[in-house]
Design a protein around this ligand. Structure first.
Ligand code: NAD
Length: 583
């Protein structure tokens, strides 16, 4: 594949002007952490707009002024009463996917209430709006589809992408999650269904970092699918063609990126679920063109670094003396290896030695220097020849052999191979280290490399464990051990908010490192004592603010903006705004 054309350049100052509001403007005016809305809309046009609708919480005065009196029963209720009612309705649905649909319907009806419910029941509802349930929603997207959300772009829009994008009618987008749907959550190419992930991630940005939903936009880059089941299905809703590849794919992306720069010059772009080799090329191509990052690679790296930092507080082992085995040399494995290397160097390990402290395996075994790497990016993961000789290892060595010889302090799973971390591997690690760190990160739950219950049993409670998917607490020797989730959700909301607040033109490695440190610092002594190396999920909103503050400080070093003031300005809580009828 040759890509002779160069990527689009930074927008000119002239194209950075504010986009104008649509004719029947919904005008948001900030008052502290909340805002007042002035609208020219009336009646059903208010009721059907999810950012205006309050349902039964419209006051009698609002109903009269906005022409809503006929549409609602007579007694207004508070938001707290609505939250209780919605929560009770959710409890009537036992299947997680039914709860997901119920919540999606609420999001499409009344966004403030949706976010209030989510915030008030975050730990309970995270597995519904995000992993693992969102995985099922992705796979069953065409079957379950009710209403579009976000923007759909497909090859039929070539030459008109800016025009189609503008149909979203969102005047001040600051945060975009764009997916081409090819490499999703360990379940591969899901075609148009990938939109559910982009929606889910932005939902978490709003619910945890407190970014106003009107600043966010999920985008499906529906360039086709190579999933035969979808191509053959008469029900498939997406672009029913094989994927765009090569120059045609990058031409499509170039036009998309140029349109983003023009319409949303202040937006941060998160690339989501791209295939690993494409993800790297996309990062290289657009990294300096607009503020952008790849959560699957860079977010995963940062959340793992945070786990390693927290685990070192428990084990007492100096980071610069540690060795790591990463089982799964794809997008996640690459991000983790790169950021662990930087961590080792920051902690005082010489760069060459840092390379020799990280062994990565893919489906062909140990990735080693001077062996054919398979994909070009794997050169970056190869164990140097001197380390191979030192540990008596060869290219292609299997996991048991690598762990036995390399004796890592941490074993990290990003392979999607269920059961790969077997009992003898774990007992071997425990002979080498008093408190080994084991992170089976693969999602969904069914693909996890080992269950936390087994890891704790095999290691006699010695292993420090966190998983990618949520797990129930494990009772080990009469003690209940909660299982921490090494999930990117601890990084990306705060990272995104910090990047937006600082108006950083690029998202840099020091910003990820700052995010990882802030996350590790946020883990309390009592959480560590319980065996957690990540905070409890319910603390996410506070954690996101801490992460954002540290990231914004780094970003502001280049832009000089008052990042703390910007963070304050962006802060949003899911409470109803006062709505004033104007015009
Ligand atoms: P990917 O497809 O890019 O990479 C998967 C890697 O696993 C490839 O290098 C492949 O060669 C390797 N692999 C496959 N079979 C193997 C085998 N039998 N032995 C050794 N290696 C094998 O996927 P990805 O985006 O890197 O994601 C990998 C997994 O990590 C997924 O399950 C994903 O859900 C999970 N993940 C978790 C988090 C998190 O929880 N924080 C973040 C990102 C990814």
């Amino acid at each position: 594949m040759s890509h002779a054309k160069s990527a689009p350049s930074q927008p000119s100052a002239a194209s950075r002007s504010e986009p104008s509001l649509p004719a029947d403007a919904v005008c948001f005016r900030r008052v502290g952490a909340n805002y007042v809305v002035e609208t020219r809309r009336r009646g059903l046009d208010v009721y059907r707009e999810p950012l205006l609708n309050k349902g039964s919480a419209f006051t009698l005065a609002e109903r009269r002024a906005l022409g809503l009196e006929a549409l609602l029963p007579g007694t207004p209720k508070s938001m707290a009463q609505q939250v209780q009612r919605v929560h009770a309705q959710l409890r009537l649905r036992s299947a997680p996917i039914d709860q997901y649909l119920e919540l999606s319907a609420l999001q499409d009806r009344n966004e403030h209430l949706f976010y209030r419910v989510l915030r008030d029941h975050l730990a309970e509802l995270m597995p519904i709006v995000y992993t693992p349930t969102v995985g099922e929603a992705t796979q069953r997207f065409s079957e379950l589809f009710r209403r579009g959300r976000g923007v759909w772009l497909n090859p039929g829009h070539r030459g008109r992408i800016r025009e189609v994008l503008a149909q979203s009618l969102r005047p001040d987008v600051r945060l975009i999650v764009a997916t081409d749907n090819e490499s999703i959550l360990g379940i591969g190419d899901q075609g148009a269904g990938g939109m559910a992930i982009a929606i889910g991630k932005l939902t978490l940005y709003c619910a945890t970092a407190g970014i106003h939903p009107s600043h966010t936009l999920p985008i499906s880059l529906d360039v086709g699918t190579d999933n035969p089941a979808l191509l053959e299905s008469p029900d498939y809703l997406g672009w029913c063609q094989p994927r765009l590849r090569g120059d045609a794919y990058f031409d499509f992306l170039d036009e998309f990126v140029a349109a983003i720069q023009e319409l949303y010059p202040r937006a941060l772009l998160q690339w989501e679920d791209l295939r690993n080799d494409i993800a790297l090329r996309v990062l290289d191509r657009y990294h300096k063109v607009l503020p952008s990052f790849n959560d699957d690679i860079e977010g995963t790296g940062a959340v793992t670094v945070a786990g390693v930092l927290s685990a070192a507080r428990v084990s007492g082992t100096l980071i610069r003396d540690q060795r790591f085995v990463i089982f799964g040399g794809g997008a996640a494995g690459l991000g983790i290896a790169r950021q662990l290397r930087e961590l080792l160097v920051v902690e005082g390990c010489p760069p060459e030695e840092a390379r020799a402290r990280i062994a990565v395996l893919d489906s062909r075994g140990l990735i080693a220097e001077h062996a054919p790497p398979g994909a070009a990016y794997k050169l970056d993961l190869a164990l140097p020849a001197a380390a191979l000789a030192h540990y008596r290892l060869a290219a292609g060595a299997g996991l048991a052999e690598v762990v036995g010889r390399f004796q890592p302090h941490a074993l990290i799973g990003t392979s999607g191979v269920p059961g790969a971390f077997a009992e003898d591997l774990v007992t071997g690690l425990c002979r080498a280290h008093a408190r080994p760190l084991i992170l089976p990160l693969s999602n969904p739950t069914s693909l996890c490399e080992a269950s936390p219950a087994n890891l704790l049993r095999w290691s006699r409670g010695q292993a420090i464990v966190a998983t990618g998917s949520p797990f129930e607490p494990v009772v080990y020797e009469g003690r209940t051990r909660p299982i921490g989730q090494g999930n990117n959700v601890f990084i990306f909301p705060g990272l995104g908010l910090g990047a937006i607040a600082s108006q950083a033109p690029t998202v840099t490695a020091p910003m990820f490192y700052a995010a990882a440190r802030a996350l590790a610092t946020a883990v309390s002594e009592s959480e560590l004592a319980e065996g957690l190396i990540y905070p409890r999920i319910g603390r996410l909103p506070d954690v996101a603010q801490s992460v954002a503050a540290e990231v914004a400080k780094i970003g502001a070093r280049t832009t000089g903006v008052d990042a703390q003031a910007e963070l304050q300005k962006l802060r949003w809580e899911p409470a109803y705004p006062e709505i004033r009828a104007v015009g």
